[in-house]
Design a binder for this molecule. Sequence first.
Ligand code: RP5
Length: 174
Amino acid sequence: MSQAESKEGLLAEVVPAVLPVEDFERGPLVGILIGSESDRDRLQPATDELNERGISNELNVLSAHRNPQEVAEYSSRAAVRGVRVIIAAAGMSAALPGAVAANTDLPVIGVPLTSSKTVAGGLDAILSIVQMPPGVPVACVSLDGARNAAILAAKILAQGGGYPDAPPRPQVVT
Ligand code: RP5
């Protein structure tokens, strides 16, 4: 079985052939996934940035290694729910962004995270996200770069017609 055939088989399993009408266009524009509850605080800047810009978003905790079926299901259904960009953040062996990208055609932004168990200053997560195989791209922002991920998501969304810019930031007087 070819790679494409096996992917189609997987998608057929997790996406019902006929979706209930109410499932269409009900989701937020940006879906944020984190690999663990312990990642939540590091992603708060992404949620804050999206909220400041008035971009609808949701955050779910799903691990590529601990909840592989749920990750596949979420990713493969995201587009029909109206999600347009997925931000996926994880630490250590950060397979989450890649696992999401394997199951959706939506753009996926990976955020490598430090954690209490990080080695090599976070290089473990960076390489796990950057070194995707040909054909399955994931954009990668800086280590703990949650806010940048949100800004990049806003720029991607802006290609499709435009969304409100962030409100002006307060001037710093020195
Ligand atoms: C990764 O392992 C998570 O994204 C987290 O950064 C790290 C540690 O997870 P916990 O053991 O704290 O749940 O999968």
